[in-house]
Design a protein around this ligand. Structure first.
Ligand SMILES: CC(C)(COP(=O)(O)OP(=O)(O)OC[C@H]1O[C@@H](n2cnc3c(N)ncnc32)[C@H](O)[C@@H]1OP(=O)(O)O)[C@@H](O)C(=O)NCCC(=O)NCCS
Length: 165
């Protein structure tokens, strides 16, 4: 694998990217299960991110193959903190260290380029891969919100993680 992340451009939007969100495994613990995904919709989403100084949306690539996204949201915050979200949409790449590569890359950018003080992320308590990913990158649990999320007919606890940079 030759992994890299870079700001996602409109030309990067392909039908395979749209199709990530048809995979129940990918959206199991995500608000994406409440959204409808189309090619035009993803072009518009990428365009909105490009025009929004508060958000940077990065694509995760293996060479030139788009396999996931990691976003950093809240760049204008006076508190110098931002939220991260991430998805490896191509499940052939799960459990191969791609998530770790993406999160460690965004942490470096947050420190060195964005000059932030803190990153944070929220997830479903049962999302073990995502929890492991954050904990491996030194995020710590800062709070728990009971039965805060409703996915696929079940209420789940939400864990809020933070990382001081
Ligand atoms: C969460 C996600 C990004 C993980 O990506 P990934 O590329 O598979 O992660 P990595 O290969 O870097 O693995 C990270 C760690 O999690 C562990 N892990 C991965 N899948 C796991 C699972 N199902 N159960 C337990 N641990 C798991 C890995 O073993 C690794 O830990 P280790 O280095 O100690 O062995 C990916 O599964 C995904 O995109 N899921 C759907 C979207 C999502 O849930 N996003 C997060 C919303 S908050």
């Amino acid at each position: 694998m030759k992994l890299n992340i870079r700001i996602l451009q409109k030309d990067d939007v392909k039908q395979t990217y749209v199709d990530w969100f048809s995979n129940k495994e990918v959206i199991r613990y995500s608000n994406n299960q409440y959204r409808t995904f189309t090619y035009e919709g993803q072009i518009s989403y990428v365009n909105n991110c490009l025009n929004n100084p508060n958000i940077d949306l990065y694509g995760i690539f293996d060479k030139n193959h788009h396999i996931g996204n990691v976003s950093i949201i809240g760049l204008n915050s006076p508190h110098k903190r931002a939220e991260i979200t991430y998805v490896i949409g191509n499940t052939d790449y799960w459990r191969k260290g791609v998530g770790h590569f993406a999160i460690s890359s965004i942490i470096e950018l947050a420190k060195n380029d964005y000059k932030l003080n803190k990153l944070f992320a929220s997830l479903v308590e049962n999302n073990l891969s995502s929890r492991r990913l954050l904990e491996k990158n030194c995020f710590v649990i800062e709070g728990k919100r009971n039965k805060h999320l409703f996915f696929n007919g079940t209420f789940y606890n939400q864990l809020d993680y933070g990382l001081l940079l």
